[in-house]
Design a protein around this ligand. Structure first.
Ligand code: PLP
Length: 451
């Protein structure tokens, strides 16, 4: 008999954000297929996809409209380059994205991951100012938020503010100004002092995802936009996690009527089917790159799979389903239900705080000793009960597909609550801190490799 998937995995694979020593000691779930918002493993066991397969899935797995769109594209061409050629799916998707994006964003530059979308935004901002010349050529630095996350490539990590990831690669990163999220006065102070050297401010609008599902106060994003305008600094909105309905509107920026100069999209763009990302720019930025060939104002960037036709076809179908199923309307009662259910979870002794917007929430279990791997214990307990959840350190994240049914949403929260109880009870009492009294000051201090 051939060797099991688990054996092959343990022998040859290296998983992302994973301490492999722990990984190879556990039996993995081997996913074989999916139906709607359930994942099904090789033994036929079903699990609610409580993380949307890492924050990607929107309308459910194996959605007939999206499946059909990919199959149809497959009968035409699977891949053709955007360097020197074009094709219908890329052009049509660009038109649709411009239609739904905050007004003023008119140009679409494709890539294949959230990290590349933010790298592209940072390079565009940087090069834009260089080409403006004069005083503006001094705008070479960036401002990011503490606990910000923009991906794992070096530029994206440089813009991020998660100590754990920053610490590991510090000498490779470029300097940026880091300001506390939600504090407009702090941003104002940095811009007052260094404004003329700043190319752009990058934010995850409304909710910082990987930093621990940290919610910004209402009005903050609008204020950030105003401060950027006052200092002639560009605003990059990283909606890789918040985009495509996650916070209750198509894009989080809409809720504060903000148009960024650059908008980064990924994850939910193809309903989580294919690796596709996009960086949207205003016409002002785009025009800054126009010139004679020999002026070399070209944007010198592109990936092999930029604008892949299968991925673009999936993304177009994804947007069609938003209309056909009136997804944004139908999630409103689900959001209310989720937040009602979470009120009981927040009152649990084991829970320090519940945070979130829309269908993007974090249940913070407080500052446990990292060796306890409390978040991971919850993951294992939830798995036994039929749900996949994944923590960020000691914060259990719930990020179900927008298509989840009311019944499954209720079950997901119940499973999570029971799993939290079991996980905390499974650690010896002496190990568990009195979380309601002593909270660790910084969420970064609580964040650990969770896998
Ligand atoms: C996931 C994420 C990224 C990185 O996307 P990848 O596709 O993993 O490279 C960037 N920004 C935010 C806000 C994210 O949540």
């Amino acid at each position: 008999m051939s060797r099991s998937v688990a054996e092959l995995d343990h022998e040859h694979l290296w998983h992302p954000f994973t301490q492999q020593r722990g990984w190879v000691e556990e039996d993995p779930i081997v996913v074989e297929r999916a139906e709607g918002t359930d994942l099904i493993d090789v033994d036929g066991d079903r699990y609610i996809d409580g993380t949307s397969s890492l924050w990607c899935n929107v309308h459910g797995h194996r959605h007939p409209t999206i499946d059909a769109a990919i199959r149809e594209q497959l009968d035409r061409v699977a891949h053709s380059t955007m360097l020197g050629l074009t094709h219908a799916p890329a052009a049509e998707l660009a038109e649709r994205l411009v239609e739904i994006a905050p007004p003023g964003l008119s140009r679409v530059f494709y890539s294949d991951a959230g990290s590349t979308a933010t790298e592209i935004a940072l390079k565009m901002a940087f090069q834009y100012w260089r080409q403006r010349g004069g005083q503006h050529a001094r705008r070479t630095s960036f401002v990011g938020l503490a606990e910000g996350y923009h991906g794992d490539t070096i530029g994206a990590v440089s813009l991020g503010g998660i100590d754990l990831f920053h610490g590991a690669y510090e000498p490779l990163l470029f300097h940026k100004h880091c300001v506390p999220a939600g504090d407009a006065a702090a941003l104002g102070a940095v811009l007052d002092e260094h404004g003329e050297e700043i190319a752009a401010v990058i934010v995850e609008p409304l909710v910082q995802g990987a930093g621990g599902i940290l919610v910004q106060p209402p009005g903050y994003l609008r204020r950030v936009r105003e401060l950027c305008d006052a200092h002639d600094v560009l605003l990059i909105a990283d909606e890789v996690a918040t985009g495509f309905g996650r916070t209750g509107t198509m894009f989080a920026c809409e809720q504060e009527r903000v148009t960024p100069d650059l908008l980064c999209l990924g994850k939910g763009l193809t309903n989580g089917y294919m690796p596709l990302a996009a960086t949207l720019a205003t016409e002002r930025i785009y025009e800054g790159f126009l010139g004679e060939y020999e002026e070399y104002r070209t944007f010198f960037h592109g990936h092999t799979f930029t604008g892949n036709p299968l991925a673009c076809a999936a993304a177009i179908a994804n947007l069609e389903v938003f209309e056909e199923e009136r997804t944004l309307l139908r999630i409103q009662p689900k959001i209310r239900l989720l937040h009602e259910l979470l009120a009981d979870v927040a009152a649990m002794d084991e829970v320090a705080e519940v945070r979130g917007r829309g269908l993007m929430v974090g249940i913070d279990l407080g500052g446990h000793d990292p060796s306890l791997r409390m978040g991971h214990r919850v993951t294992l307990a939830a798995r036994e009960r039929g749900a996949i959840v994944r923590p960020l350190g000691d914060t259990v994240v719930l990020m179900p597909p927008l298509a989840i049914s009311h019944a499954d949403l209720t079950r997901l929260v119940e499973i999570t609550a029971e799993s939290i109880r079991e996980a905390v009870a499974s650690a010896t009492p002496a190990e568990v801190p009195a979380i309601h009294e002593e909270r660790s000051a910084s969420p970064a201090a609580q964040r650990r490799d969770a896998a």
